[in-house]
Write a protein that binds this ligand. Structure first.
Ligand SMILES: N[C@@H](CCC(=O)N[C@@H](CS)C(=O)NCC(=O)O)C(=O)O
Length: 228
């Protein structure tokens, strides 16, 4: 049931998609109810003319709130917090300039660096016959992991001592990236501890962990198929 007086929210998503999971986790934390729509990625439905009217980028997640449509998980999360966050907005996306800049630093890093490095392996594996990551792919992911380790800097969470939307974004993407390169506990002890802390949260257990397991299964199946 949608919260009383609120329009129904529609989320275009896929359970194995890290940015979709980040938005779903936030929805769960805020007590929002989404009507889910799942374009068939294998059939390239997200690249159809019809879907591109909703999101010209042809990607998921996309949120529809009544007559308003927004794509890009970070923009969606900020919108949901602005509109429906109530007291949780300040916790999950603090307004204090330095704290907010730390959260933004992580969000931009995820959007501009970390996620594209995951996608550089995933898309060619699913659609273009790639049978495993190249050494360059692994080097790129390794470099991104070392940035995450440095960002953690001894804090409990990625942008400070409290969970924020930066943890939802990076936590879901690294959970999936581990299908390509596991976090090495010796090199990235802070990251390993942080990720397992997140994965023990109920909302991660319900949404992220099965999503990451599905992503891992699909990716490894593609590699097997592409090797033959
Ligand atoms: N920066 C975007 C990334 C969205 C994205 O690339 N989503 C993937 C699914 S995880 C997708 O739609 N891929 C299909 C494609 O690019 O063809 C976000 O955070 O929403």
């Amino acid at each position: 049931m949608a919260k009383q007086g609120w329009p129904r929210l529609i989320l275009y998503k896929n359970p194995a998609s890290p940015p979709s999971c980040a938005v779903m986790i936030l929805g769960d934390i805020l007590g929002l109810t989404f009507d889910y729509k799942e374009p068939e990625l294998r059939k390239r439905e997200h690249k159809s003319a019809e879907f591109k009217k909703i999101n010209p980028m042809g990607t998921i997640p996309v949120l529809q709130d009544d007559d308003f449509i927004v794509s890009e998980s970070h923009a969606i999360m900020k919108y949901l917090l602005n509109k429906y966050g109530g007291a949780l907005q300040e916790k999950l996306y603090p307004s204090e300039p330095r704290q907010q800049a730390k959260v933004d630093q992580c969000l931009f890093f995820e959007a501009g660096v970390l996620f594209p490095r995951l996608k550089a392996v995933a898309l060619p594996s699913f659609f273009h016959g790639l049978a495993g990551p190249t050494s360059q792919h692994l080097e790129d992911i390794e470099e991104a992991y070392s940035v995450v380790e440095a960002y953690l800097n001894g804090d409990r969470y990625i942008a400070g001592d409290r969970i924020t939307i930066a943890d939802l974004s990076l936590g879901t993407t690294i959970s999936a990236a581990e299908a390509i390169l596991e976090l090495d506990k010796k090199k990235y002890p802070l990251s390993v501890a942080w990720l397992s802390r997140l994965q023990e949260e109920d909302c991660f257990k319900e949404i992220n962990n099965p999503g990451a397991a599905l992503f891992t299964k699909l990716l490894h199946m593609s590699w097997q198929k592409n090797k033959n």
